[in-house]
Design a protein around this ligand. Structure first.
Ligand code: HEM
Length: 123
């Protein structure tokens, strides 16, 4: 149930992240700032839905608890990497380190979320 909220929240985050970058590149600083503010609110939704999902792994003796925890940490890392990348782009600094982190963190979250952990939409 909460998986839908979780997927919606992080998919929206990726879209807002791209939109903020595009607006910045177009020189629309005000628009980029507003989009980034919405993005930050969306982080709360990601954290709330992710926290709700991870709660399923505590208390029981799930064999996948460790992977669920790593998934959660990688998810927080995605958020941190998006913030870092946007911050650097905004300062017209090299965002390379942020992009690399974002790609690694996204790969881990998606691999664990979709292909390892049992819950969710995929059979
Ligand atoms: C932008 C960051 C994030 C991305 C891209 C992401 C991605 C995903 C994906 C692809 C799934 C699988 C959904 C499915 O199986 O249908 C998932 C599930 C999950 N995510 Fe995230 N996530 C993010 C942030 C977080 C955070 C911050 C947490 C923890 C606080 C978290 C915890 C979980 C948990 C526990 C599941 C359920 C796994 C399961 O039972 O199958 N995620 N996430």
């Amino acid at each position: 149930m909460n998986t839908h909220l979780h997927i919606t929240a992080w998919a929206l985050a990726l879209i807002l992240f791209i939109v903020a970058i595009i607006l910045h590149k177009q020189g629309k600083q005000k628009g980029a700032k507003i989009v980034q503010m919405v993005l930050r609110l969306d982080y709360l939704l990601i954290l709330y839905s992710g926290g709700d999902l991870i709660a399923n792994y505590f208390g029981g003796d799930s064999p996948m608890m460790v992977e669920a925890i790593i998934k959660g940490i990688a998810g927080v890392w995605v958020i941190a990497a998006m913030e870092m990348t946007l911050g650097k782009i905004k300062d017209n600094d090299s965002a390379k380190a942020g992009w690399i982190q974002l790609i690694i963190a996204l790969a881990i979250t998606i691999a664990l979320g979709f292909f390892r952990l049992p819950g969710g939409l995929l059979p």
